[in-house]
Design a protein around this ligand. Structure first.
Ligand code: PLP
Ligand code: COI
Length: 340
């Protein structure tokens, strides 16, 4: 098929419909079987589906890149598979085996390869979904499950790419509560963030920072990205208490920074610590590493500067160079998609 009529230089983080999607279904007790590739398009679903009524659903997000070595690679896809399995456990769904998950991702990338942006222009964002698609009226696990994967070419998540973003600490809303579902990628974690995020954007902020729901004192996440700050040479990130999503980018940054000889501390990060730091950034598959220019809490605004900090830039370069196969993949993170 011909190349799509896309201006690769103007890609944003938005949906472009591609050619094919993957779909597999199973009953609650049945074993997952490899699914089928279908033309990308609408699906038919019961109005009584568990996912539509009770939010029994998970999603994942990963990127396929064209690299310097001329290959197409995924970044640590096994970690996405495992995180979806932990989420499935939490939401009482049958976990998708890692082999079926990876095979599905590879097929979606292979069959939509004409949509993978040229190196450095973006990535093919791959979206696996797992949900209770069978009908159920009582609040209980659905009788049937669907595992789907679609993809779309994307550019930067925040406007302007590596431009510093201004963030607002929410003084009213929380993302997740102890014992809840904040530690998995449950679909229901995201809609409650839309109103606070829109309000913050109306005031000129790029996104909201959520504090913990118990003491309203410790930084948890930046919308749908993890948080880091550098103070007096030590890199801090909120510890995984169950209310924070264990980001794969977060884990990679911890390993990269330690490898660079930087002390990394996973701990409770108070807003005072965050706002007195010298550098701050957020990270995720979509966000990559986005430098933070300022954080506002009430009447107080902490400014970190209008350019990415030295360590932020170094970590960004190192992470993206591994992803683009410009730098040696010493951690074994890159997963080449076969036959591309
Ligand atoms: N935090 C939340 C709430 C997310 O949805 C994501 C995105 O997946 C992240 C953090 C970053 O995780 P990862 O680096 O695995 O993409
Ligand atoms: C990701 O970083 O992949 C996410 O899932 C974040 C967001 C687009 C929901």
């Amino acid at each position: 098929m011909s190349n799509p009529a896309i201006d690769w230089d103007s890609l944003t983080f938005s949906l472009t419909e591609t050619d094919k999607m993957y779909i597999s279904k199973t009953g609650i007790k049945a074993h997952w079987q490899p699914g089928d590739m279908l033309p990308y398009g609408n699906i038919s679903i019961s109005p009584a589906a568990g996912v539509l009524n009770y939010g029994q659903g998970l999603f994942e997000g990963m990127k396929a890149y064209r690299t310097e070595a001329g290959r197409v690679v995924l970044f640590r896809p096994e970690e996405n598979a495992r995180r979806m399995q932990r989420g499935a456990d939490r939401l009482k769904m049958p976990p998708v085996p890692e082999s079926i998950f990876i095979d599905a991702i590879e097929q979606v990338v292979q069959e939509n390869s004409r949509w993978i942006p040229p190196m450095g222009k973006g990535a093919l964002y791959v979206r696996p979904l797992l949900n209770g698609s069978g009908p159920i009226l009582g609040v209980a696990p659905a009788p049937e499950y669907t595992f789907m994967v679609y993809c779309t070419p994307v550019g930067p998540y925040f406007k302007g790419g590596m431009k510093c973003i201004d963030l607002l600490i929410s003084d009213e809303h929380h993302r997740a509560a102890p014992g809840g579902s904040g530690g998995v990628k449950a679909i229901g974690n995201y809609a409650p963030g839309m109103m606070p995020s829109f309000k913050a954007k109306d005031r000129g902020f790029a996104e909201v920072i959520y504090l913990d729901a118990e003491e309203h004192h410790y930084v948890e996440e930046v919308g749908a990205a993890n948080f880091f700050c550098l103070k007096d040479g030590v890199l801090y990130t909120p510890e995984l208490t169950g209310t924070i999503l264990p980001g794969i980018t977060r884990d990679s940054i911890i390993q990269l920074a330690r490898h660079m000889g930087v002390e990394v501390v996973e701990t409770k990060v108070s807003h005072e610590l965050a706002m007195s730091a010298q550098e701050a950034f957020c990270c995720g598959t979509a966000a990559v590493i986005s430098p933070i220019g300022s954080i506002t809490l009430g009447e107080t605004c902490a400014k970190y500067g209008s350019e990415p900090g030295v360590l932020t830039q170094k970590l960004y370069d190192s992470l993206t160079n591994i992803q683009n196969e410009v730098e040696e993949d010493i951690f074994g993170w890159v997963h080449a998609v076969p036959n591309l």
